[in-house]
Design a protein around this ligand. Structure first.
Ligand code: PGA
Length: 254
């Protein structure tokens, strides 16, 4: 049985007091009602300058901490970058890699993502590796090819054993921050494809163990139906993760 992972990607939003208050509200609600919120694992991915502050809040709770990015080198003269060991040091379990905003706005290639994934795994972090097609690619019928290419490009050299630590997030680019969600059927089709790719590349046990999240305008009112699909194992949530009651609503839907 795969435990669904609901991760809040706060992106470049909030300031310290708001970040701490949001984390406190989430932790408090989960502690108070584990029957309602405890079926899935929750993770918070604040901006990196607030990782430490949020780490203090989630410490000792069931809520995990995640970073939104990292660099592929271990240390050294890389101005502005953060290493896997720094993220571990501050309490991160997860790191989001290859998010479409980093691929499309910041120009990250599959090879860049792959280097980071390998470094994250070596450093004891669980990467949440994002894949997904643009609207143009979907309309051109290229979704399966794009996902295939991103999967093999981003996860090259990852062993079956390491793959157990990886979470895949299928995030159609056209559904991110747009209010347009993939229908549960559209999402499930790609998730089932990804499961088949995992089986083809690794084996049945790995394919059954790896969690595949959906992301793209997940809200409390569409979460339960998306999350009830056979191959959808949680959600990577942007906008709705900035409000405690919405994030908790999604968690309850799992
Ligand atoms: P959204 O973002 O929920 O605001 O669409 C999802 C994501 O980018 O992970």
């Amino acid at each position: 049985m795969r435990t669904p992972l609901i991760a809040g990607n706060w992106k470049m939003n909030l300031h310290r007091a708001e970040a701490v208050a949001l984390a406190e509200a989430v932790v408090k609600a989960i502690k108070a009602d584990s029957g309602k919120y405890g079926k899935a694992e929750a993770a918070l991915c604040p901006p990196s300058v607030y990782l430490d502050a949020v780490a203090q809040v989630v410490k000792g709770s069931s809520v995990a901490l995640g970073a939104q990015n990292m660099y592929h080198e271990a240390n050294g003269a890389f101005t502005g970058e953060l290493s896997a060991s720094m993220l571990r040091d501050v309490g991160c379990k997860y790191v989001v890699l290859g998010h479409s905003e980093r691929r499309h706005i910041l120009g990250e290639s599959n090879q860049d993502v792959n280097r980071k994934v390998l470094t994250a795994l070596k450093g004891g972090l669980s990467p949440i590796v994002c894949v997904g097609e643009t609207l143009q690619q979907r309309e051109a019928g290229q979704t399966a090819d794009v996902v295939w290419e991103q999967f093999f490009g981003s996860l090259a050299g990852v062993s079956a054993e390491q793959m157990q630590q990886v979470v895949i997030a299928y995030e159609p680019v056209w559904a991110i921050g747009t209010g347009k969600t993939a229908t549960p059927q559209q999402a499930e089709e790609v998730h089932a494809d990804l499961r088949k790719i995992l089986e083809f590349r690794y084996n049945t046990a790995t394919a059954q163990a790896v969690r595949i999240q959906y992301g793209g305008s997940v809200k409390p009112d569409n979460a339960a139906e998306l999350l009830s699909q056979k191959n959808i194992d949680g959600a990577l949530v942007g906008g709705a993760s900035l409000k405690a009651e919405q994030f908790l609503g999604i968690l309850a839907g799992a």
